[in-house]
Unconditional design. Sequence first.
Length: 198
Amino acid sequence: MILQVEVLRDLAARVLSEERFRHTLGVADWAEQLADHHGLDPVRARCAGLVHDLAKEVSLNNQLRYARRWNLLHYPEDAQSPYVLHGPVAAYWLEHYYGLDDAEVLAAVENHTLGRPGMGPLEMLIYSADLTERDRDFPKVDILRQSLYDNLEKGTLACVEHTLIYLKESKRPIHPLTQLTFDDLQRRLNIGTGSKNT
């Protein structure tokens, strides 16, 4: 499948509820804006935003069933908390059933919930746009948006940190990939800072 905004928008509109589709459009709009600002491909960003939640409303039992069938379970926490599976399930679905072959878009969809060490710019952008799109309304969301606008890597680190704090405060389990993502972004930024000061 060639990346076509209208085709992917129509697919999302068919698959998602009205409320989830509204969120999806918010992510796509904000991702496109951030991509344009940071010199990334805005069409790719919009496309990834449009399909990032394609499997979100599939029942958790079915997500788990698909993840087992398609060998997408890599941590015990994946099966224990199947709400984290909709990204990998959607990415597999898009690649194998719709023929989407853009590796960066697929990675952004796959990793938008948990992140991963070594995230590329589009992955960081979709992860962060999902948390901070226009309809999100929680304390400090405007600070996160500004941070993302100023510096994508630092802004993404702030978004991951926000998620970790939220999970700890609400006594919810922290998936190892999210902790590894935070550690990796911190390391990358510290190395970057250190090299500029030498």
